[in-house]
Design a protein around this ligand. Structure first.
Ligand code: ADP
Ligand code: ASP
Ligand code: MG
Length: 467
């Protein structure tokens, strides 16, 4: 199986007839060189619509969701009618009819079974990827690609934490190989939905929003792919979020560490967990634009590019909450930090940035679901303050390790913006700090200007930012 390549297509890459036509072309071309495994997201907007329907149904109005459901199923039928062969379109028609009944049934159960709501939401959301994978299979077959639908829930095995399940790696690897190897050996092209998985007992789970990238990486690791390709709507990882910095440019190469930091601190183009499975197996990850396949995109490998300069890209993440715990009992005491972090562990809340002084610990979280309980449990440890509406800015580049003066330059650029929790990650490929959410766009724009736009800094020779 060593020469397979995973091609993952995100929501906008499978959004409509034109986009799916391009996908068929890309898979067909890939087939000439490698054995493709295709991982797809739900059609753009479908996961949002299904989850919104599930939430609305919780108030008892499942029937009221029918028009939205009909509309999203119709989108699939229309594409099948245009791009699949007649027999393929018929199969999709049957699949959609069955899904309509099943989804309505699930929506009706949401209100009456509050304790099962997280599981029902996952089951409802899973139709997005299940239907898009069935549709893409039919479209590929019509384009003479020997595609086969594979239920991703038979491959990706997770724990039961609905909405953000954690893969059980040995089971996932073994089952993915068992499902895919026979198909690949016969020259067939497996098509799986991303984002969805199942517990060992077969209960449907999901990997968290944007999780299809992670699925692609897990599948790539399981089949020892030679490359994992993430096809999206931008030409690779850009120097900043293009929604904030319209002039952001493609970063040609990144190391795993750089890509992981960027993804973790807000570069939505990659789900934060995508890099780990690829890194474990040293599989290159390529991020490409399905709307403009000729663009070079970004290649993520163990080393990135040796000659790369100091700063590669800037990521940012809003909706961050800062907690500060102050206590003189920290002084000279051991076990204090352990006790503190155990509180977060008990509530399964991830801490992103941490800074400490002699008498206080500051940290950030973005999941505030358990915040009241966490604060209550922290109170015995010291005075707790909570500030919401913050944002993390993260400047990333392997060159930060060795380039003096970068921090000074970064902070001079945002000198009139209040900055807190300054931290240089242990990997020393990132410089991270917290600002008020209201000023984060301004901070990112200014940093981008200072680090990438002045004096025509050429990204390919980004050493221009190095001394
Ligand atoms: P997909 O549906 O293909 O998974 P996503 O919407 O999840 O696509 O991710 C792609 C989007 O990520 C881009 O359209 C862009 O708006 C956003 N994005 C944020 N930061 C970056 C970045 N540094 N580089 C590229 N895209 C980014
Ligand atoms: N469809 C899922 C979502 O919208 C997963 C993904 O697109 O990666 O979150
Ligand atoms: Mg995505």
């Amino acid at each position: 199986m060593s020469e397979s390549t995973v091609l993952k297509f995100g929501g906008t890459s499978v959004a409509n007839v034109e986009a799916l036509g391009r996908v068929a072309g890309l898979v067909r071309r890939a087939q000439a060189r490698t054995r493709p495994v295709v991982v797809v997201s739900a059609l753009a907007g479908v996961t949002d619509a299904l989850l919104a329907a599930a939430d609305a149904a919780a108030n008892g109005d499942a029937e009221g969701m029918r028009p939205q459901l009909d509309a999203l199923l119709e989108r699939h039928a229309e594409i099948a009618g245009r791009l699949a062969r007649p027999e393929g379109a018929n199969v999709i028609g049957t699949v959609l009819e069955r899904a309509r009944g099943e989804i309505m049934n699930l929506l009706e159960r949401v209100a009456g079974e509050p304790e099962r709501r997280p599981a029902l939401r996952d089951e409802i959301a899973s139709y997005g990827e299940r239907l898009s994978a069935a549709l893409v299979t039919a479209v590929l077959v019509a384009a003479d690609v020997p595609a086969r639908y594979v239920d991703a829930r038979h491959c990706l095995i997770t724990d039961a934490s609905h909405g953000r399940a954690t893969p059980l790696l040995p089971d996932t690897e073994q089952r993915t190989r068992a499902e895919l190897a026979p198909l690949l050996d016969r020259g067939l092209v497996p098509v799986l939905g991303g984002y969805i998985a199942a517990t060992l007992e077969g209960v449907t789970t999901t990997l968290g929003r944007g999780g299809s990238d992670y699925s692609a990486a897990l599948v790539g690791a399981a089949v020892a792919a030679r490359e994992i390709q993430i096809w999206t709507d931008v030409s690779g990882v850009l120097t900043a979020d293009p929604r904030v910095v319209p002039g952001a440019r493609t970063v040609p190469s990144l190391s795993y560490a750089e890509a992981a930091e960027l993804a973790y601190f807000g570069a939505k183009v990659l789900h934060p967990k995508t890099i780990q499975p690829a890194m474990d197996r040293e599989i290159p990850v390529r991020i490409c634009n399905s709307h403009s396949p000729g663009d070079p995109g970004t290649l993520v490998t163990a080393h990135g590019e040796a000659r790369a300069g100091a700063v590669k890209a800037i990521a940012h993440k809003t909706g961050v909450t800062v907690l500060q715990i102050s206590s003189t009992r920290m002084l000279g005491a051991y076990g204090f930090l352990r006790g503190l972090f155990e509180v977060f562990e008990r509530h399964r809340t991830v801490v992103d940035v941490v800074t400490t002084s002699e008498v206080s610990v500051s940290l950030t979280v973005d999941d505030v679901a358990s915040l009241p309980e966490i604060v209550a449990e922290l109170r015995p440890l010291g005075t707790v303050s909570v500030e919401s509406g913050r944002a993390i800015v993260c400047v990333v580049g392997e060159g930060l390790r060795t380039t003096p003066g970068i921090a000074a330059r970064v902070f001079a650029t945002v000198s009139d913006i209040n900055v807190s929790l300054i931290s240089q990650g242990a990997s020393r490929v990132n410089l991270t700090f917290v600002v008020d959410e209201a000023r984060v766009r301004e901070a990112v724009l200014r940093l981008h200007e200072a680090l990438f736009e002045r004096q025509g800094v050429d990204l390919d020779h980004a050493a221009a930012v190095a001394p």
